[in-house]
Write a protein that binds this ligand. Structure first.
Ligand code: TRP
Length: 348
């Protein structure tokens, strides 16, 4: 009896071991199978992101590079599981329209509009493909979203609201005797108009007199700077694509007139402006890329994704310009400032 029991137990145990082993092996094969299916799915189902950039200037170029970094940080790498279709509208409205149509026809999963006119062109082309704004200053007044918290449609993204009051305060610190500020901007850009209103209110609060001068084309920049130089103590430039693209013209004339220039962005200080409290352009792009990734992976949908707003900037001073204009930087400012020099080739 005892013997038989032992035999059964041994047989039972052996069967259990064999069975267990088999199960384990089976599990292992399914596991490798799922992994390889996932891999091949990733290989075959590359996501397509269509990027439309309004024009080439250093800030927008940095945003574009940031978008690609942000996507990579979220698991989407070009060549592996991502294809980028890139178009540059060269500040031409009809190009922006045809390029938008092309990107939609190419079945982009998500579209990115870098700067207001590019985002508007994409928005006019599709109401279904998700669109992520690569730094649009005022998405509501540009008619792109209904509400910053609940965009409602197929559009969300990143907004850049430059700290214009801090820039004006900085100008006052660097040029204490200043009484009048000149605001130069493009009359063609919705994003600039919104900033001019904010800057005017902030300047008035600080007790500064404001003279506003819109330019319709880049051809008017040099003469307008000349005229302003006779009336104002310093210039304020909003985040304005036309000026960023023609910064060399602004700087050449301002230099001739010994007129200090405070742009709203770090890249324009590197292009020859004097100083700013500026939002990091690459960071804007990285955040845009991360939002694109959330939509690609199905984690979020634009209608319910709040627009992410950047409002704070870093203190950037161009030491070449400070020296040229004979401007003293107090220690407390110098300690927190990042000093840059004019980058040759960035003044385009
Ligand atoms: N926010 C701008 C727009 O809505 C685009 C932009 C981003 C920009 N960074 C900039 C323009 C720097 C000028 C300089 O169009």
């Amino acid at each position: 009896m005892g013997n038989r029991r032992l035999r059964y137990t041994i047989i039972g145990l052996t069967l259990l071991l064999i069975g267990g082993g088999f199960l384990e092996q089976h599990a292992a094969t399914t596991d490798t199978k799922t992994k390889s299916t996932q891999k091949s799915a990733q290989r075959t189902q590359k996501k397509v992101v269509g990027i439309l950039q309004y024009v080439s200037h250093p800030a927008l170029d940095q945003i574009k590079a940031g978008v690609i970094s942000g996507l990579r940080a979220s698991g989407y790498s070009v060549g592996k599981n991502l294809t980028i279709k890139f178009q540059n509208g060269q500040a031409d409205q009809s190009k922006l329209t045809t390029m938008s149509q092309q990107l939609v026809q190419e079945k982009a999963d998500v579209l990115v509009g870098i700067a207001t006119p590019a985002a508007q062109a994409l928005a006019n082309t599709t109401q279904t493909t998700p669109i992520v704004l690569g730094a649009v200053t005022d998405p509501v007044s540009a008619g792109l979203v209904q509400d910053m918290q609940k965009p409602c449609g197929n559009i969300t993204g990143v907004s850049d609201q430059p700290p214009l009051a801090s820039i004006l305060t900085l100008a006052r610190q660097l040029i204490p005797a200043s009484k009048t500020v000149g605001i130069l901007y493009s009359s063609q850009e919705a994003n600039s108009k919104a900033q001019v209103a904010t800057a005017t209110a902030a300047a008035t609060k600080l007790g500064l007199k404001v003279i506003k001068k819109p330019v319709a084309t880049t051809n008017e920049i040099a003469t307008t700077v000349q005229v302003l130089a006779r009336q104002v103590d310093f210039l304020l430039l909003p985040l304005d694509n036309t000026l960023a693209n023609a910064m060399s013209t602004v700087v050449a004339e301002a230099d001739r007139q010994q007129l200090p220039v405070f742009p709203a962005v770090d890249t324009m200080v590197r292009q020859g402006g004097l100083a700013t409290v500026g939002i990091n352009q690459r960071q804007l792009g990285i955040q845009t890329g991360k939002m694109v990734a959330q939509i690609l992976s199905g984690q979020a949908r634009p209608a319910k994704m709040p627009v992410y707003t950047f409002k704070r900037g870093d203190l950037i001073i161009n030491q070449d310009q400070a020296q040229r204009l004979g401007i003293k930087i107090h220690d407390d400012l110098a300690q927190t400032a990042k000093f840059v020099t004019t980058t040759k080739g960035a003044t385009k």
